[in-house]
Ligand binder design. Structure first.
Ligand SMILES: Nc1ncnc2c1ncn2[C@@H]1O[C@H](COP(=O)(O)OP(=O)(O)OP(=O)(O)O)[C@@H](O)[C@H]1O
Length: 300
């Protein structure tokens, strides 16, 4: 009951939104599509949930073909789109009832699966969806996507615009759903969420850059990374970018992440160069690669 994607391509006129995408999601896996805005994540979700037809390639969800079996698939698939999945003028309860009704079921019949999530918004069941907070909207949208007991769940950027506490809670809910036997494909632009998936695909400009477990992706990072800081961040970035031996330079939180082209790189030499550029309070420390660093390297 997994997902299989084989050589899928999709263009909007001249724009290639997806180029020859292939990957497999194993039954009961929590698989992440990680990439920036415009990478093609929503296009892929719409193809896999039978709402859009690819130009080329084939895909199956829960063993069913997205083209030939499009009606059948809809029974097995839950889809939480990034935007506009709720009726803003309907209350919490009315939204859930609506989704239950179109799938020929009722809230009572499938309450067990959504219970954990729904109890948190049940006190607000008479509130219109448009008046809920971001975190509550997300819980309602997830409840609506689950109300017909899908076997495969598609979540398109479910945590975008949600506060950090609700984001963490949301990922805990996903783990519990996975334990109940649901296969999950989730997309996110947040690199820190990648570590919470069993496997991830890094995607950019409609192409997959790498597929592996988050641990393996980080392990394969080919360079030594340095956290560099100084008194003037803007000038520091410009100076590092102008350094003849730089391999990569980009801001990373309060630091700049720097890698060098040479295998015998000596940080002291870089410090001397930066001092000559009138920078002060310079610190250069080795650090560990993250998924974001892997992404930056692959996307170069
Ligand atoms: N209906 C459409 N017509 C024309 N271009 C489109 C259409 N839908 C998407 N695109 C373009 O296709 C590319 C991929 O878009 P898509 O929405 O799939 O990416 P995404 O990774 O989900 O990003 P986002 O989070 O911004 O939605 C983008 O360049 C987008 O502008």
């Amino acid at each position: 009951m997994g997902i299989s994607v084989s050589n899928i391509s999709k263009s909007y006129k001249d724009l290639k939104a997806l180029q020859n995408i292939s990957f497999e999601v194993k039954p009961n896996e929590l698989f992440g599509l990680i990439g920036p805005d415009g990478a093609g994540k929503t296009t892929l979700f719409r193809i896999l949930t039978t709402l859009l037809i690819a130009n080329e390639g084939e895909a199956t969800v829960a063993g069913l073909d997205v083209l030939k079996d499009f009606k059948e698939i809809r029974k097995y698939v839950g889809y939480m789109p990034g935007r506009f999945s709720l009726y803003q003028d309907l209350t919490v309860e009315e939204n859930l009832n609506f989704f239950a009704t179109i799938f020929g079921t009722s809230i009572e019949e499938n309450y067990e699966l959504i219970k954990d999530i729904y109890v948190q918004i049940e006190p607000f069941k008479d509130r219109r969806a448009g008046k809920l907070s971001g975190g509550m909207k997300q819980k309602l949208a997830l409840s609506c996507a689950l109300i017909h007991k899908p076997k495969v769940l598609f979540l398109d950027e479910p945590t975008t615009g949600v506060d950090p506490v609700s984001r963490k809670e949301f990922w805990e809910m996903l783990k519990r759903l996975q334990q109940k036997g649901i296969t999950i494909l989730v997309s996110t632009p947040y690199m820190d969420e990648a570590a919470l998936c069993d496997r991830i695909a890094l995607i950019q400009d409609g192409e997959i850059l790498q597929i592996d477990t988050p641990e393996n992706i980080v392990k394969q990072y080919p360079k030594t990374i340095y956290d560099v800081s100084a008194n003037n961040m803007y000038q520091l970035i410009n100076s590092l970018k102008a350094y003849q031996h730089k391999h990569s330079v980009y801001p990373f939180g309060e630091f700049v992440h720097y890698t060098d082209t040479r295998s015998d790189f000596n940080p002291k030499e870089l410090k001397t160069y930066l001092e000559a550029q009138n920078l002060s309070n310079i610190s250069i420390e080795r650090t560990q690669a993250t998924i974001e660093d892997s992404f930056m390297e692959l996307a170069k």
